[in-house]
Design a protein around this ligand. Structure first.
Ligand code: PLP
Length: 385
């Protein structure tokens, strides 16, 4: 399915993106200097309610720099959910630290605070909280644990622009937080990322490191091993135009979620639990089905109808490079990973498309629930093997 009728995601670039990019070309500020960079950083910090922000080339290096700035390294353990995008875990490896995998909660799909507490050792240095698919982690419990055990707290907010916990935008609960502007994220710069913090020293360190460790006092003098992790003015131009319409995107995504929810609830499919004061960005509106086989079959069925879906992330502990760290204690992450489906979730998706998607899901579930088909589905699991 190269060009599905309904893709899983498509960014809306119909605002000031063209004008701003044209301005970069006209003025020839196309590299990592130029007026859009500071403007975007400033507006972004304001939107999130963070004190300081610095832009970077993607969400993965944002995490790398966050860990470096907190001086996490060899011998340190970082608690991270197994059910996340692989970049969260890889960044921990980049700095030589060891990821310790935390299991998920079945009702919110987020990392389980009780499991964090259980897995703390004398080597624990930090918690990396990932707000998965746009729902907030339980930041009340997690900040308490971080405080009690004197652990640093990093929030991976790549999927969580527009996510609120206890009426506060995520990204302000820990020491440092990171965002991604990849093409399918809620706002995009093509590739891009941001780091925010309330402590200016952290942001200064990150600025220094993303900028080849160049000295402020002396030209072409570098006092640490740095990186080139900078964002370009063109990326920032697109980002600024996107940010101008972020509320529009989020409002529409919340409408999509409530329509999906309304049309699917009678099938026993509910979106995750969300407490009062919390708000999801609904980055990827997702459902769980009864069994792994049914999940795979439903995805095939929807694909034949021209509807693109995605499976949940595979738990990081099951990937080859992290298998040696698997202690078999993230079974709820496995459960969710095998049953979750991300549905088309982009702001330009129209109501009638959702009605169509949901009626296909209903058709499949009714068909699948007949005993003879259930048996067949169980056998056909090999399709995805
Ligand atoms: C997208 C994403 C990242 C990485 O961002 P990139 O910009 O693609 O490097 C990190 N963590 C999570 C949870 C993500 O979804």
């Amino acid at each position: 399915m190269k060009f599905p009728k309904i893709p899983i995601y498509r960014p809306n670039l119909q605002g000031n993106e063209q004008n701003y990019v044209q301005e970069c070309l006209t003025t020839s500020w196309i590299s990592s200097k130029g007026p859009f960079i500071e403007k975007f950083e400033h507006k972004f910090a304001e939107y999130v309610g963070a004190e300081h922000a610095t832009s970077v080339s993607n969400g993965t290096v944002a995490l790398h720099l966050a860990l470096l700035a907190l001086e996490i390294g060899v011998g340190d353990e970082v608690l991270v959910p197994s059910l996340t995008y692989i970049a969260s875990v890889n960044a921990i490896k980049f700095v030589g630290a060891t990821p310790v995998f935390v299991d998920s909660l079945l009702d919110t799909w987020q990392m389980d605070p009780a499991d964090i507490a259980r897995k703390i050792t004398p080597n624990s240095r930090a918690i990396m909280a990932v707000h998965l698919y746009g729902y907030p982690c339980d930041m009340k419990s997690i900040t308490n644990i971080a405080k009690n055990f004197k652990l640093a707290l990093i929030e991976d907010c790549a999927e969580a622009i527009g996510t609120f916990f206890d009426k506060k935008h995520v990204g302000v609960f820990g020491d440092v937080a990171t965002f991604s502007f990849y093409g399918n994220k809620t706002i995009t710069t093509g590739e891009g990322g941001m780091v925010v913090a309330s402590n200016k020293k952290i942001i200064d360190t990150i600025y220094h490191l993303k900028n080849q460790g160049v000295s402020q006092e002396r030209e072409y003098w570098h006092d640490v091993v740095g990186y080139n992790y900078r964002m370009t003015n063109i990326q920032a131009a697109i980002g600024l135009a996107q940010l101008e319409r972020v509320e529009k995107f989020l409002t529409r995504k919340r409408e999509l979620a409530s329509l999906y929810s309304k049309l699917l609830s009678h099938l026993g499919m509910q979106l995750p639990k969300r407490d009062d004061g919390n708000l999801s960005s609904y980055w990827m509106i997702s459902i769980l089905v009864d069994s792994p086989d049914m999940r795979n079959e439903l995805r095939i069925f929807l694909r034949t109808k021209g509807i693109e879906t995605r499976p949940f992330f595979a738990p990081a502990h099951s990937m080859p490079m992290y298998k040696s760290l698997d202690r078999g204690d993230c079974q709820r992450a496995v459960f969710l990973s095998e049953r979750g489906i991300n549905l088309p979730s982009y702001p330009d998706l129209e109501d009638h498309a959702i009605t169509e998607i949901c009626s296909f899901i209903e058709e499949f579930i009714c068909y699948a629930m007949q005993p003879k088909n259930l048996q067949r589905i169980t056998k056909s699991n090999k399709l995805f093997a």
